[in-house]
Design a protein around this ligand. Structure first.
Ligand SMILES: Nc1nc2c(ncn2[C@@H]2O[C@H](COP(=O)(O)OP(=O)(O)OP(=O)(O)O)[C@@H](O)[C@H]2O)c(=O)[nH]1
Length: 567
């Protein structure tokens, strides 16, 4: 057991004063100090307090033995007592932690348990930090000092005597912190070789720091390093901005150049849309994913189409070959027939003629067979060519659809902003031309953040998909739905008056109550607030949407789950 210094006894005295609720007067302090130290020759308290003389071990232990029953009684009482912000299980946990840490040192165990009780009692008082663990309690839980501690003043006083830090720090802890700082420095990722070597030197110095003076110096150097790193970060940010501007310029101009190639043009427009909106890691990753999957699909389709075209070509070649083969054989046949007619003219007898006839019959049979075969082959080639042609057409259509994908929101399959622009432009122009009504509804899901926060972002995504499914099933096939923002959707109701549009959106609300969103077999009701506006002839689409948006905002303010008509 370690010997007890007067400062240890003094600390024990103070905590015992607090535990026994004795007023901390000099007399009480002196009496208790003597009681604990076993030194009743109390002429001078000051002398006792300043002396580092070793005290008789036995007397302290005896005093502690006497104090243990009181402490346990107090502990049990306080364990049961109510303390704001500290539950019984948390108290038990703190006690177990103290017991585990100090089970080899009964003096330290006594002191720590006392401190713990005091900290609980302090919590009962009208302390504004009601729910924050008291310093002593959190020390008991998190930062309990093991028995072999050293006073930090012993380490640093020699170089800085003014600093009176009343804390004992585990020397091992200091070592660990120093190592942690050094490792953190080494993990800074910087490409600049000068800065890299400066960081290395600082990491070494951190490991070697021994006294207060060195620590202060290191602190200054770390501050300077920090400023340098911040400046570098700014530079990097500016470079990224510049690159982004260049990229934007490139995309805009390539877009102009490739108006002929629809697919590429669509991709460029898609990229433009992404970089026009605030860029985040999420949007870039989504864009990359979409582009990659489109390119892969496109690549596959192109390859299939090339194959189908090769097949068609080879069929055509066979067809031509057969045709020329047939003409060859028929022209040879004609030449032969001409030869035979000569022979017939010159023939003198029936036997001769019958030989010629035999030859003619033979040649005719051959030519018949050739022509028959060619005819069959031609029919089958024509059939195959027709199939290949159909396949090419189908592949071309699929290719067109893949291009269309860039006009859709990848998550929900609704139109994306660009798809919406195209459809809006088309439908509004048509409505103006034909003098037919077109209404626009803007829907915003209610309390979607709460749904995301409680069930997770992925479930939020599934909820969006569910909503679009319900909307698409409930609307007319001619109506269009587009994702206007994160959880905002825009519906274009073609050939629909304001009253009809209002009725349709209210019907949608009812559909959602009938088709609840299922999450882990739990039914979730998704509601939305909506604003509906009728497009007036010649009105700019943006201003129709603006009116719908205002009405939607009013629906939110009125308590959500409502549909409001725009002015
Ligand atoms: N899961 C998921 N969440 C999204 C998506 N886009 C936007 N959000 C979330 O939607 C939430 C919208 O939150 P708010 O604008 O506060 O709206 P709200 O919680 O619906 O509240 P009210 O509109 O007032 O009813 C945010 O938490 C966004 O992160 C998405 O694609 N998927």
């Amino acid at each position: 057991m370690p010997n007890h210094t007067s400062s240890q006894i003094a600390r024990l005295t103070l905590s015992t004063l607090a535990a026994r609720k004795i007023a901390p007067t000099p007399d009480n302090y002196t009496r208790l100090y003597q009681e604990i130290s076993g030194n009743h020759d109390a002429n001078s308290t000051v002398q006792i307090l300043t002396s580092e003389a070793q005290l008789p071990q036995k007397s302290i232990d005896d005093q502690l033995k006497l104090a243990w029953p009181n402490l346990i009684r107090d502990l049990l009482t306080q364990m049961e007592a109510s303390h704001k912000g500290i539950t019984i299980s948390r108290k038990k946990q703190s006690v177990v932690t103290v017991l585990n840490r100090f089970n080899n040192d009964s003096n330290a165990l006594f002191t720590k348990l006392q401190s713990l009780i005091v900290s609980w009692k302090e919590t009962t008082s009208s302390n504004p930090r009601e729910l924050i663990p008291t310093k002593l309690e959190s020390e008991a839980e998190d930062n309990i000092l093991p028995p072999d501690t050293v006073n930090v003043n012993n380490i640093i006083h020699s170089s800085h005597p003014d600093v009176a830090i009343d804390t004992t720090i585990d020397i091992e802890l200091v070592e660990q912190l120093r190592e942690l700082l050094a490792q953190s420095l080494e993990s800074i990722n910087n490409e600049d070789p000068d800065l890299k070597s400066e960081i290395q030197v600082l990491a070494q110095q951190t490991r070697a720091t021994g006294d207060y003076g060195q620590a202060i110096k290191l602190n200054k150097q770390l501050r300077k390093l920090w400023i340098k790193l911040e400046l570098r970060d700014n530079d990097n940010f500016n470079i990224q901005e510049g690159l982004m501007r260049l990229f934007r310029l490139l995309v805009e101009n390539v877009g102009e150049l490739v108006t002929e190639d629809k697919w590429l043009h669509d991709q460029i427009l898609n990229l433009q849309e992404i970089i026009e909106n605030p860029i985040s890691k999420h949007t870039i990753a989504t864009a990359e994913r979409n582009l990659r999957s489109t390119i892969i699909k496109q690549g596959l389709l192109r390859q299939n189409m090339i194959d189908a075209k090769i097949t068609l070509k080879s069929l055509m070649t066979t067809f031509i070959d057969r045709l020329s083969e047939m003409t060859d054989s028929t022209s040879a046949y004609h030449t032969k027939i001409e030869g035979y007619s000569l022979e017939i003219g010159q023939a003198d007898n029936l036997t001769e003629l019958s030989h010629i006839l035999g030859d003619i019959m033979q040649d005719t049979r051959i030519i018949q067979a050739i022509s028959m075969r060619s005819h069959e082959e031609l029919v089958s080639t024509r059939k195959q060519a027709h199939i290949a042609e159909e396949r090419v057409k189908q592949l071309e259509q699929e290719l067109e659809q893949v291009s269309e994908l860039v006009r859709e929101d990848q998550l929900t399959g609704a139109l994306n902003r660009r798809g919406l622009d195209d459809v809006l432009d088309r439908e509004i122009k048509r409505a103006d031309r034909q003098q037919t009504p077109v209404s626009i509804a803007l829907l915003d899901i209610d309390n979607f953040k709460q749904l995301n926060d409680s069930l997770g972002h992925q479930t939020g995504d599934q909820a969006l998909v569910h909503l679009i499914q319900v909307i698409k099933n409930a609307l007319r096939p001619t109506d269009e739905v587009a994702r206007y923002g994160g959880e905002e959707f825009l519906i274009i109701l073609i050939d629909t008056s304001l009253e009809e549009a209002m009725a349709t959106i209210i019907r949608l609300q009812r559909e959602l109550t009938k088709n609840l969103f299922l999450h882990n077999n739990n039914r979730q009701l998704i509601t939305f607030s909506a604003g509906v506006a009728l497009h007036t002839s010649g009105e700019d689409p943006e201003s129709t949407i603006g009116r719908a948006d205002k009405a939607m905002y009013n629906a939110k303010r009125a308590g959500k789950n409502r549909v409001f008509a725009a002015d």
